[in-house]
Ligand binder design. Structure first.
Ligand code: ADP
Ligand code: MG
Length: 255
């Protein structure tokens, strides 16, 4: 197959031109960064696991009617997605206090919030992704009130569904980050879920032990990062089994 043209290389993924117009290939790397690149490393096998986990979650969400960019997985590290115009906002949904909200308001990590909180951050690495209000978003034209309403209601539906899905496999969904994009069909625009949903951008705690099964293991040097991602994949029932041919490799040998 002809080499695909690379369009963008980010911290965790590379975007290539897709086989048809309006499509992209998302390649999942093993690179991990934290604190906006202040800390970086490689988690061997992470790209393979996140590709599978994100595929699984996007497909489950599509089944309940959430529009997503996901089309199909191509191989162990790549998936075909619809090209969208990314809305430059990180939408963070929080159920339990952890990370920046715990720090900002002096809440002990692990405290359940009085209700689910949705926050918006302006997606801009140079500015360190600052927290923004709905007024900032509308005034600066990143999204209109209608788009905001769409994103918030989708974010809440995704949260309800994922809380149940993870709850069923003994995992608490503490918080997570979503990105949305505009998808055009002729003159019609709709907002769809884009990017990825994986332990890179969720906080997932074991129900029984509160053990962290997400990127905080890397951020906080807790060790066993890959094992934690594998555990999430295993509980979701999607860890590739060894010996089933093709491009599949067993978890021990995943590169
Ligand atoms: P970053 O370092 O900017 O977070 P990533 O390594 O996560 O980048 O690579 C993914 C990039 O692709 C992100 O900037 C994300 O906003 C963008 N993206 C995700 N899904 C799509 C899509 N369907 N169409 C266009 N861009 C996308
Ligand atoms: Mg990213």
């Amino acid at each position: 197959m002809a080499r695909r043209r690379q369009l963008y290389e980010g911290k965790a993924k590379i975007l290539f031109e897709g086989p048809e117009p309006g499509t992209l290939v998302q390649y999942f790397k093993d690179d991990a960064t934290a604190g906006n690149g202040a800390k970086s490393g490689i988690i061997t096998g992470k790209g393979v696991l996140n590709n599978r986990i994100s595929e699984h979650l996007m497909l489950r969400l599509q089944e309940i009617g959430i529009p997503t960019h996901f089309i199909r997985r191509i191989n162990m590290r790549e998936q075909l997605v619809k090209e969208v115009e990314i809305i430059p906002l990180e939408v963070v949904i929080r159920n339990i206090a952890a990370g920046s909200i715990a720090k900002r308001f002096g809440i002990e990590e692990g405290t359940r919030l009085p209700r689910t909180i949705v926050e918006f951050y302006y997606k801009n690495d140079e500015l360190n992704d600052p927290l923004v209000s709905e007024d900032h978003i509308i005034a600066f034209g990143w999204a209109c009130p209608h788009d905001l309403e769409d994103m918030t209601s989708m974010a809440m539906r995704v949260n309800d569904f994922l809380c149940g899905l993870f709850g069923g496999i003994g995992i608490q969904l503490v918080d997570f980050k979503l990105e949305f994009g505009r998808s055009w069909e002729g003159d019609d625009m709709r907002i769809v879920l884009a990017d990825e949903i994986s332990p890179d951008n969720c906080r997932l705690w074991d129900n029984q032990t509160n053990e962290k099964l997400d990127k905080d293991r890397f951020r906080r040097d807790l060790g066993n990062v890959r094992e934690a991602y594998q555990e999430v994949a295993r509980r979701l029932g999607i860890l590739p089994e060894a010996g089933n041919g093709g491009d599949m490799k067993g978890p021990e040998t995943m590169q």
